[in-house]
Design a protein around this ligand. Structure first.
Ligand SMILES: O=C(O)CCC(=O)C(=O)O
Ligand SMILES: [Fe+2]
Length: 369
C-alpha cells in the first residue's frame, strides 16, 4: 500500500531543509515565518454548552448515538473503547522521547519530499503562506528503520509500543467503521471490498505523531491549520492538553476538551463520499500553548488504496442522487494535495438543486480555506 499511496504525493513534495527548520526549544520570539495574521477564538470556553458528544461504546444505544454524532458533528469522543490506558500512556511516553531529541538527531530521519514515513512538517503546510508551530513523525508499517537510526542501542521500545498501538487501532477502527456504516443500514454485503468474501483484513492506515512545542506567543501561531482528514475515519488520542478545535455552523471554533482515556473519532472525507454526504467530514485545527508541550496521535484509517470509493447504492434514490465521482484513496490524495479543502468540491457531481453549496463547502468558504 505504501508504494501506491506515495505515488499520490510525488507531484506535491513537502521539503524540510535544515536551514528553514526552526529549533522550537530555543525560540524566544515568534519569527516572521511562523507569525499568522490572526488566530481567532483561541481556546474557546471549555464549558461550552455546544460540546462534542462523548459516547460510551458499552452503551446499548451506542450505534444510534454514533450515527447522530456523525450526522450532526462529524466528530465524537469514545470511552470504554477497550484500548488499555497503559498503552495510551506508553505511546505518549515514546512520543515525548522522540520529539525531545535534539533537532539535528530528528532530521536524520527526515521524511523525503514525496516520502511516506519519518520526521517532517505537516503535509498541508505547503498550502499556507506561514509555517505551522508543529512537527510530526509519520509511521507506515514498522518504524524500525528510523528507530534504529535514532536509538541504535535501544530502539525496540519505540517499535514495540507503536506496533502494539497500531494493532489495537486496527481492531478499534474496523469496529467503529461498522458501527458508523451500520447506523446507516449498511452491512458487510453492501461494501464489496470490505465484505467477508474479500477476506477484509482491516483498514490501511498510518500513525501520525504530532508535537506542538510551547510557544512564546500562541495567539499568533497555528499548530495545525484548518483541514479535514483524507481518511474514512481518524482515531485521535490527544493526551491531556487541549488544543483540538472543530468548526461549527455559525462560524465558531469549539474546543474538544481532553478526557482521560477518551479517543476522538473524526469522520474523514472518504466516509463523506461513501455516505453520500450524510456524514460530513469535520473541519478541525490545532492551537498551541505558551508553557505546555502538547502531543497528539492520529491513526489515519482508509480503505485499500486502489479500491473505488463512491456513494453507497443503498443511500441513493431519486431524492438523493449520488453526489460524488468514484475515486480511489490514491487518486483522492492526489486531488487533496492539489486542492486541499476544495478537494471534495472537485469530485462533486453537481450542486444541490436548491442552488446551495454543500454544508462542508460552505464551512470552508467561511474559514477561507
Ligand atoms: O493535534 C490534534 O489535535 C489534531 C491532529 C490532526 O488533526 C491530524 O493529525 O490530522
Ligand atoms: Fe486532522
Amino acid at each position: 500500500m505504501s508504494l501506491n499511496l506515495s505515488e499520490a504525493f510525488k507531484p506535491h513534495p513537502v521539503y524540510l531543509h535544515d536551514d528553514d527548520h526552526i529549533n522550537f526549544d530555543s525560540v524566544q520570539e515568534v519569527p516572521d515565518s511562523h507569525a499568522w495574521p490572526q488566530v481567532v477564538d483561541y481556546l474557546s470556553d471549555l464549558s461550552d454548552v455546544d460540546s462534542v458528544p462523548i459516547i460510551d461504546l458499552m452503551d446499548p444505544n451506542a450505534a444510534t448515538l454514533v450515527g447522530n454524532a456523525c450526522e450532526t458533528w462529524g466528530v465524537f469522543q469514545v470511552i470504554n473503547h477497550g484500548i488499555p490506558i497503559h498503552l495510551l500512556e506508553d505511546l505518549e511516553s515514546v512520543g515525548r522521547r522522540l520529539f525531545q531529541l535534539p533537532a539535528q538527531q530528528k532530521l536524520k530521519v527526515a521524511r523525503g519530499p514525496d516520502g511516506m514515513s519519518g520526521y517532517g512538517r505537516a503535509r498541508i503546510s505547503c498550502f499556507f503562506p506561514k509555517l505551522l508551530w508543529s512537527e510530526g513523525f509519520t509511521i507506515f508499517g514498522s518504524p524500525i528503520e528510523q528507530a534504529r537510526q535514532l536509538w541504535p542501542q535501544e530502539y525496540t521500545t519505540f517499535c514495540d509500543v507503536t506496533e502494539e498501538y497500531q494493532k489495537e487501532m486496527k481492531r478499534l477502527s474496523t469496529r467503529l467503521m461498522w458501527i458508523m456504516l451500520g447506523s446507516l443500514g449498511i452491512t458487510e454485503d453492501d461494501l464489496s471490498w470490505a465484505g467477508p468474501k474479500n477476506k477484509y483484513e482491516g483498514p490501511c492506515a498510518a500513525l501520525q505523531l504530532n508535537s506542538y512545542p510551547p510557544c512564546p506567543d500562541p495567539k499568533i501561531v497555528m499548530g495545525l491549520a484548518a483541514h479535514t482528514d483524507s481518511t474514512l475515519l481518524t482515531v485521535l488520542y490527544q493526551t491531556n492538553t487541549s488544543g483540538l478545535q472543530v468548526f461549527r455552523d455559525g462560524g465558531r471554533w469549539v474546543t474538544v476538551p481532553p478526557k482521560r482515556g477518551a479517543l476522538v473519532i473524526n469522520v474523514g472525507d472518504l466516509l463523506q463520499i461513501l455516505s453520500n454526504g450524510r456524514f460530513p467530514s469535520v473541519l478541525h485545527r490545532a492551537v498551541v500553548h505558551q508553557s505546555r508541550h502538547r502531543l497528539s496521535f492520529a491513526y489515519l484509517c482508509g480503505p485499500p488504496s486502489n479500491i473505488q470509493i463512491s456513494p453507497l447504492p443503498k443511500l441513493i434514490d431519486q431524492k438523493h442522487p449520488p453526489l460524488y465521482h468514484p475515486v480511489t484513496w490514491n487518486e483522492y490524495l492526489g486531488i487533496k494535495y492539489k486542492h486541499l479543502n476544495q478537494a471534495l468540491s472537485v469530485i462533486r457531481l453537481f450542486k444541490p438543486q436548491d442552488g446551495s453549496v454543500d454544508m462542508n463547502d460552505m464551512k470552508r468558504m467561511k474559514v477561507g480555506c
